[in-house]
Write a protein that binds this ligand. Structure first.
Ligand code: NAD
Ligand code: MG
Length: 381
């Protein structure tokens, strides 16, 4: 019996890769629900191609609800994300929405006992304690899609967690790895979007250029694997072949490797702890892969990385402030309202102004998120 899948963010980079993975595994999975922000025609077409019974369009014209055909249901607004995530025929929710908008659907899916294959790292950073508690209390589970966290999960699966002493996440270093600091500060939008090893949506591409993405991933790892920040390191690895290392208490290291492609971590998030044959994944050739190199992060050039890790260490609502301020700064940069070099300053100004509210409930966190967005927005003028 195939498993029902909902893809939230089905028109994006991860959503599209997930559709390719499901297409190759039709005996295992069937698409039940798809959502998108505003691309109505693309979503409608993907609905026809996959036979999804539910299509949720967040930013929908009034005509959308009435235009459903062939017994399909058309949902609208942010409620449609929750509707897709809690659909009774859905067992696995692939959350590939970008940004804080994915939070409610993750919480609802976990409360409904679903597996959440989580690409939407922003929501784990914003509300890590709440999300992990929702998984414990609701009977659902979170399995990471992010390649570094998938690597860690693949290395530790079947081993006692007390045996793990340290994680080392790899970072490609982004498009500005070897650049002069003054040149980085004035980098253009097109230069920042040109990632050397991965093809991704615009927000995560900018996060990879600032290395904010890696700070988000350190916080993500802290919540997913329950390790302290002293036990999570990062190393720059420009070839993106080793996705993550796990060090065990005896000093032994395991790593997961492969050519950069999100299709393998997406598939693994859906089948974990099982592995299934997949003809779409390019087989690894160590000789063709060539040299694998490692270097430290230049924290003086990529200041936002250290701000993110410090926010993670501060805990409570500081990671939510970091995430919200970064989302605002990235949008302002993409809109050409601030320079690349100003992104870290905008994030820092929100973190400096933050009073350190707790992060006990959703209402408080959403309030912190709103406040941080307004504060960061004001810093962009
Ligand atoms: P993308 O911009 O390509 O796609 C985002 C999707 O979310 C689209 O379908 C869009 O319609 C939808 N969306 C956007 N805003 C929304 C909103 N307010 N409400 C509901 N839906 C909305 O992004 P992506 O590159 O696919 O990344 C998605 C998530 O996965 C991000 O959190 C990113 O950090 C994470 N991720 C991506 C990659 C990658 O290779 N692309 C790798 C690891 C993790
Ligand atoms: Mg990643």
């Amino acid at each position: 019996m195939s498993k029902g899948i909902a893809i939230l963010g089905a028109t994006g980079s991860i959503g599209t890769s997930t559709l390719r993975v499901v297409d190759r595994q039709q005996d295992r999975f069937r698409i039940v629900a798809l959502t998108a922000f505003g691309a109505a025609e693309k979503l409608r077409q993907r609905g026809r191609e996959t036979g999804a019974g539910f299509l949720g369009l967040v930013n929908a014209e009034p005509s959308w609800a009435k235009s459903a055909v062939d017994g399909r249901v058309h949902g609208t607004g942010t409620e449609s994300l929750v509707e897709a995530a809690t659909h009774p025929d859905v067992e696995i929710v692939v959350n590939a929405v970008v940004g804080a908008a994915g939070l409610e659907a993750t919480l609802a899916a976990l409360a409904a006992g679903k597996r959440v294959a989580l690409a939407n790292k922003e929501t784990l950073v914003m509300a890590g304690d709440l999300v992990m508690a929702a998984a414990r209390d609701g009977g659902g589970e979170i399995v990471p899609v992010d390649s570094e966290h998938s690597a860690v999960l693949q290395c530790i699966t079947g081993r006692p967690t007390v045996d793990v002493s340290r994680l080392i996440l790899t970072a490609s270093g982004g498009p500005f790895r070897g650049w002069d600091p003054t040149r980085v500060a004035t980098a253009t939008v097109d230069e920042a979007l040109e990632h050397p090893t991965w093809r991704m949506g615009p927000k995560i591409s900018i996060d990879s250029a600032t290395l904010v993405n890696k700070a988000l991933e350190v916080i993500e790892a802290h919540y997913l694997f329950g390790l302290g920040y002293d036990a999570i390191d990062v190393v720059v690895h420009p070839q993106s072949i080793v996705h993550g290392f796990v060090e065990f208490v005896d000093g032994s290291i395991l790593a997961q490797m492969g050519y950069p492609s999100m299709e393998l971590p997406i598939l693994y998030a859906m089948t974990h702890p099982e592995r299934v044959a997949d003809v779409g994944v390019k087989r690894f050739d160590p000789v063709a892969a060539g040299d694998l190199t490692f270097e430290p992060i230049r924290q003086d050039v990529f200041a936002a990385f250290a701000l993110g890790v410090a926010a993670g260490r501060a805990g409570a609502s500081a990671p939510a402030v970091f995430n919200a301020a970064n989302e605002v700064a990235v949008q302002a940069f993409l809109d050409k309202r601030i320079s690349f070099g100003q992104i870290a300053g905008v994030i820092d100004s929100a973190l400096q102004a933050h009073r350190g509210d707790p992060a006990e409930d959703l209402e408080t966190l959403l309030g912190v998120d709103r406040w941080a967005r307004e504060t960061a927005e004001a810093a962009c003028c």
